[in-house]
Design a protein around this ligand. Structure first.
Ligand code: 3PG
Length: 201
């Protein structure tokens, strides 16, 4: 399945920061077992590129890079095997690079001006980050009026308690975040628990 197909099917995008390569492989396998075969590896640790490489060895798992802020990071991510990119804000340079490389990109845009710029760059699926700070569901409802062609991936402050409210909006393509991989289960290395938790989402 490609990026769009996985997102359309599960509407969840787990965000993960690699701190330990062994843990990252276990997490990747739990996602496949939990029937959510996708992971966004954040460029927030020194292990991001290595993590993307390691995770790409897991059969059936779609591995992408998140928190991509520069073209250099985008290049490193793609060379390591990233099949999609997620950027917290909007960089025309990074978007153009991803397009040249034929790699799907979800770029951040939260204001009308940013959404217009992103649309002009050819993007219609946008990251809405940090969702809770920028008005959450009521902001998305207001933005959907003029930007009815766009779909959004809210992240940042999306939780187990509120994610279904976001998903009730049909222009929310998926929700993203770290809540999909709970810290307690990772800390306890409870891989069976993690797979069942993911399956139950
Ligand atoms: C992101 O980059 O998508 C966010 O930092 C995720 O935020 P969360 O940890 O609140 O899910």
């Amino acid at each position: 399945m490609n990026f769009n197909e996985v997102l359309d099917q599960r509407r969840l995008l787990p965000l993960y920061t690699v701190k330990d390569l062994e843990e990252c492989l276990a997490v990747g396998k739990c996602l496949v077992e939990g029937n959510l075969p996708i992971i966004e590896v954040a460029f927030r640790s020194d292990y991001a590129a290595e993590g993307i490489k390691a995770l790409s060895s897991i059969d059936g798992l779609l591995v992408g890079a998140g928190t991509v802020k520069t073209t250099a990071q985008a290049q490193q991510a793609i060379e390591s095997g990233a099949a999609f990119l997620v950027t917290p804000g909007l960089s025309a340079e990074v978007v153009e690079y991803a397009k040249e490389q034929n790699v799907p990109i979800v770029a951040g845009a939260v204001t009308p001006s940013e959404i217009m710029q992103a649309n002009q760059l050819g993007l219609t699926c946008l990251k809405f980050f940090p969702a809770d700070v920028y008005g959450g569901i009521s902001a998305l409802k207001a933005l959907h009026g003029p930007f009815f062609e766009s779909t959004f991936v809210p992240t940042g402050g999306v939780t187990l308690e509120n994610y279904k409210e976001y998903l009730a909006l049909n222009y929310v393509k998926a929700v993203g975040g770290s809540f999909i991989l709970p810290k307690e289960l990772l800390k306890a290395k409870d891989w069976q628990g993690l797979s069942s938790f993911i399956k139950g989402l």
